[in-house]
Design a protein around this ligand. Structure first.
Ligand code: ADE
Length: 224
């Protein structure tokens, strides 16, 4: 998959997606991540890409033209454009699965008070990563790109690694344990040590239900 990120701060997204599984996915060519800076399309020599809001108020707004030019540079037939904004659709695993099927994605990161409203219609989807306000769309883009990249076939070495996990089946996952079996007086549940996979499966399903009931009953309602 190819992803172009339109941002005033490419390094912050690049660095957030350089380590561990996503870093490896980039190294192995599963994800080609490129950056375009609206500053490079500014009308002046200082690279101005933001301005004061009409009507007054605090903060700066990213100007439409430099963002538009950056988008024009990377947009191709078949590209799917996502604008990160707190007013967007709440990001979910279901949306991650649907974005993971695209060949080319473009992410537009607003910064400061966001982008000029006239950029919104250029996006195929406006996405929010939660009901809070970030200083910019960059951390949000990194979150979405991480969740999408791990779903690209081949990125996770075990083909079924994403099948049973939290949210894919609308339930929280059962708890995980690793060695040692006894840690500071706390034991790993015996069933996990027994090697009976039918029993383990059953235990995990029960735990997943229990946890979901306790922490996220809203997910169970959606399941029904
Ligand atoms: N930009 C600022 N806050 C954001 C959020 N919660 N989601 C997506 N983009 C944002």
């Amino acid at each position: 998959m190819r992803i172009d990120v339109i941002t005033l701060f490419p390094r912050s997204v690049d660095e957030a997606l350089s380590e561990s599984i996503i870093g490896r996915a980039r190294g192995e060519g599963f994800l080609k991540l490129s950056f375009v800076n609206p500053r490079d399309f500014s009308g002046d020599r200082r690279g101005t890409a933001d301005d004061k809001p009409y009507g007054g108020g605090t903060g700066m707004v990213m100007m439409a033209e430099p963002v538009y030019q950056a988008l024009k540079k990377v947009k191709q037939k078949g590209s799917f454009t996502v604008l990160l904004t707190p007013k967007g659709r709440p990001f979910t695993q279901k949306l991650a699965l649907s974005l993971a099927k695209k060949k080319r994605l473009i992410f537009i990161c607003g910064h400061y008070e966001g982008t000029d409203e006239r950029i919104s219609p250029l996006a195929d989807l406006e996405l929010s990563v939660g009901d809070y306000v970030l200083t910019g769309g960059e951390p949000a883009a990194a979150v979405v790109i991480d969740a999408v990249t791990r779903l690209i076939p081949g990125v996770l070495k075990k083909a079924d690694a994403t099948v049973n996990e939290t949210f894919t089946g609308s339930l929280l996952e059962a708890p995980h344990y690793t060695r040692p079996a006894l840690w500071r007086g706390k034991k790993v549940p015996a069933v996990l040590l027994g090697g009976n996979h039918a029993l383990i499966d059953n235990w995990r399903k029960t735990k997943a239900l229990e946890l979901t009931k306790k922490y996220r009953p809203d997910l169970l309602k959606r399941l029904r």
